[in-house]
Design a protein around this ligand. Structure first.
Ligand code: ZN
Length: 375
């Protein structure tokens, strides 16, 4: 295993100015101009969304968007294709890793995400959350419960964690949200949901779950002006999807705990998200944003971060400005990305595979001829 030495001065906040890497098989040490410890944490990603019905906006809120969007893809049919979803999960994990994501929270087809986690050798740490939603093609709670207890028995060396994701107040039955929250409380699981996406929902949620409770709630989106903090709701901001769907997002950086790429295979992934966050919240907040985008996500999900590192061949400011990806990515001390490669794949070659596969699936599961939107 490589021995990593970093400039102590910058490690407490997670930003590394200079780093030396000693690899036993190499004659000379490797030096890097910058790094981030413990790597980036993408706190909300749907790996199986390849089309989101983006035309027709801006929408007023998520209910309007969910009901009126026109999809090119038959979402239900795609979601039920375990092999296709597994491949999309794997592609998302690899693309993310190449961007320096060392922790990612995945939602969507739960079995596909689990298979990807089990089958991929090089991947970020993963928090997988089955989605509880009362629509066709999604797992209802009864189908998920047995899987939860099975997963708890797996030994994944701190690189996998389980949580529960309720879709939203409007698309998940009230009783199931309450049940899931209790389940999370009793089993020490992470609990998350889409919240306040164009409509103020905090008060309704607080009443339903009698907040603040013992278990923190991860609120994804939360673009409204509400007091999330005092009720124990931790906000994950998904800038790209908020701005695309509603033309607005949460402006108060103090309320934002961390960031999520939401639809990485549409918007390009977490690195893009950080670049957008710097634009929206201002360069003066660079350190704050990077802290939230790295250790912030680990804290949020309660995930170990020991020996997770990413290193750049350029200074961080330049890497972010010119979108230069890290050359080395370490997860739990293991070099997963080496000189910008996972095995034979670099970012560009993987990106091409993603685009070709998306086109193939859009064709195979075309919604043409079926209803314009799906429930
Ligand atoms: Zn989402």
């Amino acid at each position: 295993m490589a021995v990593i030495e970093v400039d102590e001065l910058y490690t407490p906040t997670g930003l590394i100015e200079k780093a030396k890497l000693t690899v036993p098989s190499l004659k000379e040490d490797l030096w890097f101009k910058s790094g981030v410890y413990p790597g980036f944490s993408d706190c909300h990603a749907h790996p199986h969304v390849i089309d989101a019905g983006l035309e027709g906006g801006p929408w007023r809120n998520y209910v309007e968007w969910m009901l009126k969007r026109k999809l090119r893809v038959d979402e239900k049919a795609l979601r039920e294709d375990l092999n296709a979803c597994t491949k999309l999960s794997k592609l998302t994990l690899m693309l993310s890793l190449l961007q320096g994501v060392t922790l990612i929270a995945l939602t969507g087809n739960f079995r596909a995400n689990l298979r990807a986690v089990a089958e991929l050798r090089e991947r970020p740490r993963v928090v997988a959350t089955p989605t509880i939603i009362n629509m066709n093609g999604w797992d209802p709670l009864d189908r998920i419960l047995p899987v939860l207890s099975y997963v708890e028995t797996l030994d994944t060396e701190e690189t996998f964690k389980l949580g529960i994701f309720c879709h939203s107040l409007k698309f998940t039955r009230t009783m199931e949200i309450v049940k899931c929250y209790r389940l999370a409380e009793n089993n020490g699981l992470v609990f998350a949901l889409h919240l306040s996406e164009g409509v103020k929902e905090l008060r309704e949620l607080a009443k339903l779950l009698r907040l603040p409770g013992r278990t923190r709630i991860i609120g994804v989106h939360c673009i409204e002006d509400e007091d999330y903090k005092s009720l124990g709701v931790k906000v994950v901001q998904c800038l790209s999807s908020n701005l695309t769907l509603y033309g607005r997002t949460q402006k108060n950086l103090e309320l934002v705990e961390s960031f999520g790429s939401d639809w990485p295979l549409i918007f390009g992934g977490f690195f893009e998200e950080i670049v957008k966050a710097l634009k929206l919240h201002g360069q003066k907040n660079t350190y704050k944003i990077l802290e939230k985008a790295s250790i912030g996500g680990y804290r949020l999900y309660g995930v170990e971060h020991g020996n997770d590192y990413i290193f750049f061949d350029e200074k961080l400011e330049k890497a972010l400005r010119l979108k230069i990806l890290p050359s080395y990515v370490f997860v739990r001390g293991r070099a997963t990305v080496v000189e910008g490669l996972i095995g034979n794949f670099n970012y560009d070659s993987l990106r091409k595979i993603v685009e070709t596969y998306k086109e193939f699936l859009l064709e195979k599961y075309s919604s043409e001829g079926s209803s314009k939107w799906r429930r």
